[in-house]
Ligand binder design. Sequence first.
Ligand code: MIC
Ligand code: SF4
Length: 758
Amino acid sequence: MVFDLDMIKRFYEGYSQKVEATRKVVNHPLTLTEKILYAHLWQGNADAAFERGKSYVDFAPDRVAMQDATAQMALLQFMQSGRTKVSVPSTVHCDHLIQAEVGAVADLSRAKSQNKEVYDFLASVSNKYGIGFWKPGAGIIHQVVLENYAFPGGMMIGTDSHTVNAGGLGTIAIGVGGADACDVMAGLPWELKFPKLIGVKLTGKLSGWTSAKDIILKVAGILTVKGGTGAILEYFGEGATSLSCTGKGTICNMGAEIGATTSIFGYDIKMAEYLKGTGRAEVAAEADKVQENLTGDNEVYDHPEKYFDQVIEINLSELEPHINGPFTPDLAWPISKFAEAVRTNNWPEELEVGLIGSCTNSSYEDISRAASIARQASDQGIKTKSEFIITPGSEQVRYTVARDGYLDIFEKMGGVVLANACGPCIGQWARHSKDPNRKNSILTSYNRNFAKRNDGNPNTHAFVASPEITTALAIAGSLTFNPVTDYLTNDKGEKVKLEEPQGIEMPLKGFAVEDAGFQAPAEDGSNIQVAVSPTSDRLQILEPFPTWNGADLSGLKLLIKAKGKCTTDHISMAGPWLKYRGHLDNISNNLLIGALNFFNEKTNLVKNQLTGEYGPLPETQRAYKAAGVGSIIVADENYGEGSSREHAAMEPRHLGVIAVLVKSFARIHETNLKKQGMLAITFNNKEDYNKILEDDVIDIKELTSFAVDSPLEVVLHHKDGTTDSFPVNHTYNEQQIEWFKAGGALNIIRKEFADSKK
Ligand code: MIC
Ligand code: SF4
């Protein structure tokens, strides 16, 4: 058994009592989210009701999960905390660093040798500090967590934005930066602004070509990439209980794309079945005992508008399959309108590659539904037109679907099965492209489709859909094919129609696996040495960031005024850069290279204010650092959307940027900036963004009296001698102001530990 049953049992024993205590302080019927959040308050029960969207609250999560690309930085920080063991059950999952090129076996073996230093580091740090280690090939973090660790009513944090996937099994699971994970592993509380609550009522029932993925594609269209910011989505209603547990996981997973803190479903029969099917009947038995508190109160679901801040209702019986994109996951198209959109917008009609799987959609059910479409193609003599790629989510799923013949079906249609890893989803894809300068289209069952994400090519138009729709369109080789209404032509020239997909939620013969790829940590790790070579280009021991000098900031150079979408992929690109995730100085060479410069509409070309010349962004910033001048980043809405990678905050910090001034932030990124001792501020009046000119020298005032809820002031000194000034806001609480002053949260932990040794 890899999971901690004792911890789960203890949790359930005290759970109902905690919910009852919550009822006394929160004077209304409870949503599920409130029950779980209050049951996880740091040290003891609530004696105050918290204000949604306002109160900062300390929580005690039950567990931590980290994936290899972010775990390196999280663990490098944890190593500085002075602790000898992690305080809560934690795991590391090797999934992001495996590059997809030819297929599972060869790719995995190449990855093991290319990433040996990093895997050895992660394995030995895990072993030393009591962390469970999932080896390369074991699977993608979120699928492995769903299969092994998530439990109804639990709370976990993970260093990956799609940690939220575990909401499919009733866990409040939240994506964070490594510094937050480091705190929780060090036994400290974890802080979150008490979220707003969005209720999503699902009526009716899915049928035909529509699947769980289409629910979240539709929700993304309604709420947009910012609409879930600061909120938890709670799904309920007859339509919710009829969805498979892994289908619920898909919906929660992609809640990250609307900026939601997380999403959750209440405990039900589908979750119980999944727990039993994945070897956790004991967990289901314990959950059964408190089941009335593992869902929201009836009054809440009967009158959701009274208890949620916003309510969305979707009738699943009427929901069409959706395709979202390109370049953003919230551009939602019902399939009946998609072909027209493709033509009107001049998107490349030919579908070059269809990719299914990833952490979002690689369950047994997903694979079986997609295979039911693939089988029809080979049975009916239809030749698949697009390239077709499958990434299983875990070794357990892969082994089971291989045993049950599904992988053979895909291979028959020319599909390539990749390693159980992120692969093309995170740009780890050596795509065999004929001409990268040509506009082209791909369709994936993943979650993100930002420009350049999958193959680094800005000309690739990436769209997102369910695995079954992706499979059907790959067979047709065209984005304008609608399998619900359109016909294909087989090798005899006859017109054939694909039948609706058929799937099986859980394998009839049960899940099976030979080697799941788990390595338990040593009981006593005190003698284990973790070596980091000083000459390594992949790993680098962290140096403490400097503390604030106590003065207002003056004479800052404008590093960039970024225009439009600036996601973490724009700030710290993945793909080829993933290999430097453990080496802060090396990865800093990708700082903001994807961001669009407002003044020349180019990427990675900004004016060096010291020389007046234009150059690449990281080099320009290094020049400021060398000259000892501070600088500032200015950007648009939802800055830092997407990933949890704290590199997007640590790189500017390392290179000497002091402040980031934007119209609005994405949640995880804003916290990451604060944690690393940066100044994260927002325009009070968004129009003031327009006042910032390319040659401005910028001051930030009122910092000497930096206080909760009190605005700061920005002064722009323009080149022509005139000035402009305006107020800017921040959301720092007292603790976070201390992080800023100390030069980052880790400096405080380090100091406390050193003081405790005196
Ligand atoms: C992603 O999907 O963007 C990633 C890669 O999983 C990231 C984490 C990372 O950047 O390492 C995420 O979602 O947090
Ligand atoms: Fe990996 Fe993609 Fe899932 Fe991120 S979204 S964890 S890159 S499979």
